[in-house]
Design a protein around this ligand. Structure first.
Ligand SMILES: [Zn+2]
Length: 253
């Protein structure tokens, strides 16, 4: 079965350009420097599985011609991962059933508190989403999704490993060495690389390069990049088996 993994957004929390048009150190003439907020999707013949609902979700699905979503897995409760949740209402209207959402306990509590109307019927509007608790491994038809807890500054985030081949870790500051075994033999590692300088809640380029020395994925793709990382500049300084992501980049699993 053909399974495709697409990066819908490769930018950090404010996007590039920011809402005020600021590109930072990114060359505005390079199209790949336009980065929406982090999100990704698995598409196969029967299922579309979304990771996070960024505030840019509507444009991300339009740009990639994705017309349906079957399931959503959340990495963590931050605004740039969750605040596009309202856009999912369309799929309730289309499919006439609640959309299945998977999230850990902290993320579930945040979603229930902040977007109650999505999960509970209100006077004139029905609930549109069904919240499910996140397990270590889920099978959506033949697609295996393993959740691995990682640190993201003061909170936890989930890295998702698809079919043991592709890891998606858009927000991470530490991966526990006990979990390295899940990262061996990866075909693709899609990982947080916020900027060049150290950051308390994110991997920087140095952190990524030292992690891949340990687990040796075939190819590493950098995501969640902020406006200090110009596409062409970083491409010229990283090893051959590492690539900066861009919105709409996809790989076959
Ligand atoms: Zn975050």
């Amino acid at each position: 079965m053909k399974v495709k993994f697409t990066i819908l957004g490769s930018g950090s929390s404010l996007g590039i350009p920011r809402i005020d048009g600021y590109f930072g150190k990114c060359n505005p003439k390079i199209k790949k420097n336009n980065r929406m907020r982090c999100s990704a999707i698995i598409t196969s013949k029967n299922k579309n599985i979304l990771f996070d609902t960024s505030p840019d979700l509507r444009m991300q699905l339009l740009d990639n011609k994705i017309k349906n979503i079957d399931n959503v897995f959340y990495t963590h409760p931050h605004a740039d991962q969750t605040h596009g949740i309202n856009e999912l209402r369309v799929f309730y209207l289309k499919n006439k059933k609640k959309l299945n959402i998977f999230a850990d306990k902290k993320t579930s509590n945040y979603l229930l508190k902040s977007f109650t109307y999505c999960f509970k019927n209100t006077d004139h509007y029905p609930a549109t989403l069904k919240l499910n608790s996140l397990k270590n491994i889920h099978y959506i038809e033949n697609i295996k999704i393993r959740a691995v807890k990682v640190k993201h500054g003061l909170i936890d985030s989930n890295c998702y490993i698809i079919n043991d081949k592709c890891a998606y870790a858009p927000d991470v500051s530490k991966i526990f060495s006990k979990d390295y075994k899940y990262f061996w033999k990866l075909k693709y590692l899609v990982i947080d690389c916020l900027r060049y300088k150290w950051h308390p809640s994110h991997f920087n380029l140095e952190n990524v390069l030292s992690f891949i020395k340990e687990v040796k994925p075939k190819k590493t793709i950098l995501t969640n990049m902020n406006n200090e990382i110009d596409y062409n500049e970083i491409k010229s300084i990283i090893p051959k088996n590492v690539a900066p992501a861009y919105d709409g980049m996809s790989v076959n699993l």
